[in-house]
Design a protein around this ligand. Structure first.
Ligand code: NAP
Length: 295
């Protein structure tokens, strides 16, 4: 079997297109576009690239983009003060504080300070709790993007076995909640899981969010499974430039899976698309309008 390659770029473009349509109708109704504020503290090159692409996508969707770039000497009090200002600013529907933050700042305090209705990353305990209890929530962008790809590929996943490898608050745990919400039978594996290959072999759906290059081997994959690779790992190459690989050995897994996301070009683009989606949804909810359909 050679797996279908799931095209995350195409899926992401479709979501961003739909989001742009809802941006236009929001702007007509509200007299202003939805707004996303990004906060970057310090000069981590990877974070700077992520934030730039988020700001570009925001502008391309017709939304207002408020970029705040702070020096890495910023204090926790200064950052909390900015978050307070953004919470109070009515033009701002979504607030994204790029992680990781410099060591003098407690990221938990910062996340807790974001107004839950503007928490487009979905990291606030209020949104995590709402997701876990089946209420409307702002859901973390990466797992939301994964679910979108899974449903587009596998359709109704009710009753299927899903294994999520990784239990971070950002990816693994919300991913498990989303799959449970779709009535999959969900196992969450992590670094203490015994006999991981056997656990993964049961899965009709595998989501790997570990951060270990090509850890999931081809013979771990049940024939016909859908494989979603969240990992982004740079491995050294002879030319010194390095190469991006996922947490799944793509070529091997492709021999067993029915469908698989590549790295790059799989989950990554969906994360930004879902950020656009969440910002639009936050704008509609804050304005007391019905949720945009089909987003
Ligand atoms: P994280 O917070 O470091 O969590 C990694 C998880 O993997 C932990 O739960 C850890 O278990 C588990 N783990 C580590 N080694 C393991 C092993 N040998 N066997 C089984 N489980 C193991 O990472 P994250 O933030 O969730 O991110 C995971 C990966 O996704 C990273 O490569 C990251 O770059 C990527 N990512 C991509 C996107 C995107 O847009 N595509 C977005 C976010 C993250 P313990 O809890 O027991 O330590």
């Amino acid at each position: 079997m050679t797996a279908r390659r799931i095209d995350g770029r195409a899926a992401a473009l479709a979501v961003r297109d739909r989001a742009a349509g809802w941006v236009r109708s929001f702007s007509e109704k509200a007299g202003r576009p939805p707004g996303l504020a990004t906060v970057l503290v310090g000069e981590d090159p990877a974070s700077a690239v992520y934030v730039r692409s988020k700001n570009r996508a925001t502008a391309e969707a017709g939304m207002a983009s408020f970029a705040h770039n702070l020096p890495d000497t910023t204090t926790e009090a200064e950052l909390l003060d900015l978050v307070g200002q953004l919470n109070a600013d009515d033009r701002v529907d979504g607030i994204l504080v790029q992680l990781p933050l410099p060591s003098q700042i407690d990221d938990k305090k910062v996340i807790a300070a974001i107004e839950p209705a503007k928490d487009v990353d979905g990291f606030h305990a209020m949104n995590a709790g709402r997701l876990a209890t089946g209420l409307d929530a702002l859901v973390p962008c990466t797992p939301l993007g994964c679910l979108h790809l899974i449903k587009a590929e596998a359709g109704d996943i009710s009753g299927l076995d899903a294994v999520v490898i990784g239990r971070s608050n950002i990816v693994g745990k919300p991913m498990a909640m989303l799959l449970l919400g779709e009535s999959a039978t969900v196992t969450v594996a992590h670094s203490r899981t015994r006999n991981l290959p056997e656990v993964v072999r049961r899965a009709d759906i595998v989501v790997a969010a570990v951060g270990r290059p090509e850890m999931v081997r081809g013979d771990w994959i049940k024939p016909g499974a859908t494989v979603i690779d969240v990992g982004i790992n740079r491995i050294p190459t002879e030319d010194g430039k390095g190469r991006l690989v996922g947490d799944v050995a793509f070529d091997e897994a492709s021999q067993h899976a029915a469908a698989i996301t590549p790295v790059p070009g799989g989950v990554g683009p969906m994360t930004i698309a879902m950020l656009m989606r969440n910002t639009v949804v936050a704008a509609y909810r804050r304005a007391g309008l019905a949720d945009p359909e089909g987003l």
